[in-house]
Design a protein around this ligand. Sequence first.
Ligand SMILES: [Zn+2]
Length: 90
Amino acid sequence: MDSALRCPVCRAGFRGTTRCSRCGADLTRLMTLLVTARHYRNKARKAICLRKFEEARALSTSAQKIHATQAGKRLCLLTSWLAYRQRALG
Ligand SMILES: [Zn+2]
């Protein structure tokens, strides 16, 4: 899991569990967001393989809005460039 993530209640590092190890806060919602972002990025990668670049761009952008990461930013840049080229070249 992303080590930059923290418990919204006590700021303890997120360890990928549904309960904060320090304060016991319910982190289910946080985990759901992370899983959703990962799911969108996986779908974006599959869309790239199928040359559906606009779909890949939309998926990677949605993932980045949910959970911004450096790797996600690179995926957004790649899919934006691919979608642009596909539009420009027809
Ligand atoms: Zn906590």
